[in-house]
Design a protein around this ligand. Structure first.
Ligand code: PMP
Length: 363
């Protein structure tokens, strides 16, 4: 393969980024905007970088329609650190939190919260191998819970909430790591949203936190300074050196998405890609999607042949055909096609063509 040739990369994350964004980054890699240095070499206190981070935030606010009473924070530590920061900062009155367990990441988030307070698992689909999203009603939540936590899209199991739970006055906290910017989400329904960058936002190294202002400022006094949302909110994410290059790349992805027509345009393309793939799987006699129809993810399409050996053969032959990273998560096996925003329709068409050929050859 020569240097300019690229594969269709179905990785669950880090994953494909828009080619146009990476080409632009390459062009200005050693000299950003005529300033004679790379963004990587630039002080985070420089005028140039301040402009980069402010533009990134204002474009994100516009794209996601983020209300003025929410802060946007760029933090390090990935989704995993948010599993700890959420309870540390938000268990502020009763020290109780409700969690809905819909997969590995939700389970990890709940386990972390247990270190800080009382955790109630309000619903779980674990005994059915997380193949669906449980229905939860307002009455199911603990009346004095400090917050309710959900994982909106479950990267490993390929599920997505078909609805936003009504938690009444209890703040809803959601992990959007694998679906942010893929479809329209009403931010005002949430107290806090977090999302690691390495799927739909940019390279790994930065996590976005969108937090309603009235939830800031309740962390215990002995909270490590970096782990307090107030630190980041009071300093416009510049308390210490932020992951500057990752923020610059995220900013370029936001500009690109805006140019494409924003989230409504992106959602249309994502729905088309996912429908093509699920329709084919449902019509096939070789492949099967274990996920209940109404809980299916737009981003992570999970499927199996039912035979482990055949799954392995599929993954190997797909790779040889330029379709990379189609193996399911190491914990569940099978196949998973992650078709995030940057995966072009042609990538999904090529995958379906390959799947048909493989089906014909392996009847
Ligand atoms: N939440 C979700 C939904 C994820 O998919 C992942 C990782 N893929 C995480 C959290 C953990 O994120 P990180 O690796 O950035 O800590």
């Amino acid at each position: 393969m020569n240097k300019t040739e690229r594969v269709y990369n179905f990785s669950a994350g880090p994953s494909m980024l828009p080619l146009e964004v990476m080409e632009r980054a390459a062009e200005e890699l050693t000299n950003y905007n005529g300033c004679g240095m790379s963004v990587m070499e630039m002080s985070h206190r420089s005028k140039e970088f301040e402009e980069i981070i402010h533009t990134a935030e204002s474009n994100l606010r516009e794209i996601m329609n983020i209300p003025d009473n929410y802060k946007v924070l760029f933090i390090q530590g990935g989704g995993t650190l948010q599993f700890s920061m959420v309870p540390l900062n938000l268990l502020r009155k009763s020290k109780k939190a409700d969690y809905i367990v819909t997969g590995t990441w939700a389970k990890k988030a709940a386990a972390e919260a247990k270190k800080f307070g009382e955790v109630n698992i309000v619903a779980s689909s674990e005994k059915d191998v997380f193949t669906y999203i449980p229905e939860v009603k307002k009455e199911d939540f603990t009346p004095d819970a400090d917050y309710v936590h959900i994982t909106l899209n479950n990267t490993i199991y390929g599920t997505r909430y078909p609805y936003i739970p009504d938690t009444g006055d209890i703040p809803l906290v959601a992990d959007l790591s694998s679906c942010i910017l893929s479809d329209e989400v009403d931010v005002s329904k949430f107290g806090l949203i977090y999302a690691g960058a390495q799927k739909n936002i940019g390279p790994a190294g930065v996590v976005l936190v969108i937090i309603r202002e009235d939830l800031i400022g309740f962390a215990p006094n002995d909270t490590p300074v970096y782990l307090n949302y107030k630190t980041h909110a009071d300093n416009d994410s510049l308390y210490n050196t932020p992951p500057t290059f990752a923020i610059y790349m995220a900013g370029e992805v936001f500009k690109h998405l805006k140019k494409l027509g924003g989230i409504p345009a992106m959602e249309k393309i994502n729905r088309k890609k996912a429908a093509m793939l699920y329709d084919y799987i449902d019509s096939s006699s070789l492949y099967r999607c274990p996920v209940e129809k109404k809980s299916r993810s737009l981003m992570n399409v999970v499927f199996v042949t039912g035979k482990e050996e055949l799954d392995k053969k599929f993954i190997k032959e797909a790779k040889a055909a330029g379709l990379h990273n189609l193996g399911g998560h190491r914990s569940i096996g099978g196949m998973r096609a992650s078709i995030y925003n940057a995966m072009p329709i042609e990538g999904v068409e090529t995958l379906i063509k390959f799947m048909k050929k493989f089906e014909a050859e392996n009847k």
